[in-house]
Design a protein around this ligand. Structure first.
Ligand code: NDP
Length: 453
């Protein structure tokens, strides 16, 4: 039998790669993980975690205003962006240390440098070839941008998280998760934000009521949304930029940010040369066992472009480690994966959209829109939207969609119920918590009339 330096070499120390490798190491496998940048990957270093810290920071702006309705006199103390960025960076450094410690404690060797697959069992790192029985690709994804004149002047979420100063006037191109989240952060902190989307509405793929409700709430907060608009070029004039649209309009601003999707990080690391098949978007084609077209090479997370969320990458990494290093074959179940958008207000969503559910058979829709109790005293004009989609034949709740600040926290519990196959009757038999927004989910009795849609 051939002997290798390791049982497993993982390329990419992000969410999926770290989970897979540290579990495998914990099960006694000889493991190494290759990382050219910071341990923790996109989610911890350039995505979910720093973004959420900025979202928390941004929330205070409205909270100081809202406090006046509750008798607090002072409305808005000064805000210092560099302090927020410094504190955020200190937390990222701490987390990086935690990740490195977890790897050490599970006997995972950290190999610093860019990893390149040389053949199905060999990876080259910093000019040195190392071999392994299995190679795991966990290289994640990177911001994708259209090739238009002046694209070199724009920033992406990578830079937006580390700007030296708070931008005053921002144009954000794109209408997905990242665009609406950063629009919320910058707007709350006082910037003038214009969102340019090529479609008719933000958040393609989400339930229509989420898309409409969130867009309306964002506009109420002062964000401008330019729909069906195509950017032709970006020009730099000194410290300012002008964004030219296909219709001829021109927008001036101090910062242009692109959030137009992400591309799998799979090029230039020897995958195709080693025989690994990629799809048209560059994602590694894998089977349900995360195995690529080459028997010894596997991939998890954004590099495979399935559901590009950290908890999904982590779950895929766990399935890989359990299957290959713990004698416990596990595959990932992609049904009812909840997701959240940390926009302002936030979104929580699980299961099918109304349109997807209709394609599968007759449904009933329950929808509720109301003013959060908190805002009865603040006077803020904000609405919560909650929606349940019920399969008429089985009475199962097949979709739940929330726009409202606690949406991400609420949806996690609902996702458990949906994973268990809960019916609308079981939702109705659940006692609510009063007064809360979440109780609405167990008290919705009126079906939306069919013609209401
Ligand atoms: P998304 O895929 O969510 O959205 C991309 C947006 O860019 C869409 O609005 C799309 O428009 C638009 N777009 C794409 N190409 C162009 C183009 N050439 N010109 C103009 N607009 C364009 O990508 P994001 O970058 O926002 O996020 C990447 C991924 O990261 C997400 O899919 C998600 O998986 C993950 N993520 C998750 C978060 C969370 O869980 N909270 C937070 C942040 C990211 P159209 O609608 O017309 O296609």
């Amino acid at each position: 039998m051939a002997t290798f330096d390791y049982d497993l070499i993982t390329i990419g120390a992000g969410s999926g790669g770290v989970r897979a490798t540290r579990l495998a190491g914990g099960y006694g496998a000889r493991t190494a993980i290759v990382e050219e940048s910071r341990v923790g990957g996109t989610c911890v270093m350039r995505g979910c975690v720093p973004k959420k810290l900025l979202v928390y920071g941004a929330h205070f702006a409205e909270q100081f205003e809202d406090a006046m309705g509750y008798g607090w006199a002072r409305s808005r103390p000064d805000f210092d962006w560099p302090t927020l960025i410094d504190n955020k960076n200190r937390e990222l450094n701490r987390l990086e240390g935690v990740y490195e410690r977890i790897l050490r404690e599970n006997n995972v060797e950290l190999l610093r440098g860019r990893g390149r697959v040389v053949d199905p069992r060999t990876v080259e790192v910093g000019g040195k070839a190392v071999t392994a029985a299995r190679i795991l690709i966990g290289t994640g994804s990177w911001p994708a941008m259209p090739d238009i004149p002046g694209i070199e002047h724009v920033i992406t979420s990578n830079e937006a998280l580390d700007l030296p100063d708070l931008p005053r006037q921002v144009v954000i191109v794109g209408g997905g998760y990242i665009a609406v989240e950063f629009a919320g952060i910058f707007n709350a902190l006082g910037a003038h934000v214009t969102l340019i989307i090529r479609a008719g509405q933000i958040l393609r793929g989400f339930d229509e009521d989420i898309r409409e409700t969130l867009a309306a709430e964002m506009q109420k907060k002062g964000i401008t949304i330019l729909r069906e608009a195509i950017v032709r070029s970006v020009e730099k004039h000194g410290e300012r930029y002008s964004v030219r649209l296909a219709g001829g309009e021109e927008l001036g601003c101090g910062t242009v940010m692109y959030a137009t999707g992400r591309t799998p990080n799979t090029r230039g690391i020897g995958l195709e040369e080693a025989g690994v098949e990629l799809n048209s978007k560059g994602a590694v084609k894998v089977d349900e066992w995360n195995r690529s077209s080459v028997d010894s090479i596997y991939a998890v997370g954004d590099a495979t472009d399935r559901i590009n969320l950290t908890p999904v990458a982590i779950a895929e990494g766990r399935c890989f480690a359990e299957t290959n290093f713990n004698g416990n074959p596990l595959t990932m179940d992609y049904a009812n994966v909840p997701s959240a958008v940390f926009s302002q207000p936030a979104v929580g969503s699980c299961g099918l959209t109304e349109d997807q559910a209709r394609e599968q058979g007759p449904i009933d829709v329950y929808i509720s829109r109301f003013k959060p109790m908190k805002h009865t005293l603040t006077g803020r004009d904000e609405q919560i939207m909650m929606k349940l989609i019920v399969d008429r034949a089985s009475d199962r709740v097949v979709g739940c969609h929330i726009v409202g600040d606690d949406g991400p926290e609420i949806i996690q519990g609902v996702a458990i119920a949906m994973k268990c196959g809960a019916t609308k009757a079981q939702f109705d038999a659940t006692v609510g918590i009063h007064p809360s927004a979440a109780e609405e989910l167990v008290t919705m009795r009126e079906k939306r009339p069919e013609h209401g849609k």
